[in-house]
Design a protein around this ligand. Structure first.
Ligand code: GDD
Length: 316
């Protein structure tokens, strides 16, 4: 079985590559020219990489026509919420045009290929307290250009399923964390700052944004297993939440990481880390995915935090 992973050199993509290799899948990865490949580590000798920019229609068509994958995991995207405010058009263009090119490539080459779309809990956006834990049927009220791009990706997936019968499964992942994540994201940002302070590379002050938001954190290694199961066993045209079902204030995440630190650290709010809008509470109900595939998160939060901090302690 051949799988093509877009965004394979990214955080979730690199973990998905490891997981697919463990399932004896033949793995092809799409990377942009100049992408950093360190996250792929030992997997690099066991996968085939093709250089291609998802924004280039003809290049995407050529790759799909040549490789003829059985499965596509579509993870490649501009994935930062803050960047989407500074670059809304790039975010929308990248995430929406990229997906259209990919789906059209499959449609026009006539191959039999199931496609997973990596959507996001950010699309739920402005959630009422009575609506949590969120089910897939909840209305989407996106609060950022990134969230709009992800809601649009889902809608396009649905439209291509209905219009052309493409077997598309949408996964709506809540926050995923773990080793290899960029420090643009909250858990990695805090863990990296702690590791640098421990090494004496920064003064003992940790900068934070909004600590009052509540999020649902799942280990990335559980998330990529969910992507695999959702694509293999999920129903085309359907959406599946990928979540832990637990709601954690960012303040709790901070306190848990600080309790692992080897030194005393002060905390300071950095106004640049606050957002024009930030969903107050996002946590999900993953029972639809569990019923269909048996998936449940397995890695405890405490182990994820330890692994994440160790990863930053080892970083140069
Ligand atoms: N990045 C960051 N840095 N976020 C902070 C900080 C900080 O110093 N302090 C508090 N936060 C808060 C944010 O305001 C937000 O409420 C929460 O921590 C999570 O922020 P991020 O880790 O940046 O993730 P995100 O929720 O914006 O988006 C991530 O999760 C989505 C799934 O829900 C990304 O991985 C998206 O690509 C993904 O779709």
């Amino acid at each position: 079985m051949k799988a093509l992973v877009t965004g394979i050199s990214g955080f979730a993509g690199s973990h998905l590559a490891d997981y697919l290799l463990s399932q004896n899948v033949e793995v092809f990865g799409m990377v942009r020219s100049g992408s950093k490949l360190e996250r792929l580590g030992n997997a690099i000798g066991r996968i085939r990489l093709v250089e291609c920019d998802l924004r280039e229609e003809q290049a995407v068509h050529r790759v799909v026509k040549t490789l003829r994958p059985d499965l596509i995991f579509h993870l490649g995207a501009q994935s930062s919420v803050p960047v989407s405010w500074s670059s809304p058009i790039d975010t929308l263009h990248n995430n929406i045009a990229g997906q259209i090119h990919l789906m059209d490539a499959v449609r026009l080459s006539g191959i039999d290929c199931k496609i997973q779309i990596a959507a996001s809990s950010e699309a739920y956006g402005s959630v009422q307290p009575r609506e949590v834990p969120l089910k897939e049927t909840n209305p989407l009220r996106p609060l950022s250009p990134y969230a709009v791009s992800k809601a649009t990706q889902e809608l396009l997936g649905y439209q291509y399923f209905k219009s052309y019968g493409l077997p598309i499964v949408v996964t709506r992942a809540f926050n995923h964390i773990g080793p290899r994540q960029s420090d643009n994201f909250v858990a990695s940002s805090f863990a990296r700052q702690i590791a640098r302070i421990e090494k004496g590379e920064s003064p003992p002050v940790l900068y934070v944004g909004n600590l009052e938001a509540c999020r649902d954190f799942t280990d990335v290694r559980d998330v990529v297993r969910a992507y695999w199961l959702a694509l293999k066993e999920g129903e085309p045209g359907e959406i599946y939440n990928v979540a832990s079902g637990e709601c954690r204030p960012i303040r709790e995440l901070l306190e848990r990481l600080l309790s692992l630190a080897a030194v005393e650290i002060k905390v300071k709010q950095d106004p640049d880390r606050l957002r024009p809008a930030d969903a107050a509470t996002l946590y999900g109900d993953y029972s639809k995915l569990e019923r269909k595939t048996g998936w449940r998160p397995e890695i405890p939060f405490s182990r994820t935090l330890e692994d994440l901090l160790e990863d930053w302690r080892k970083a140069q």
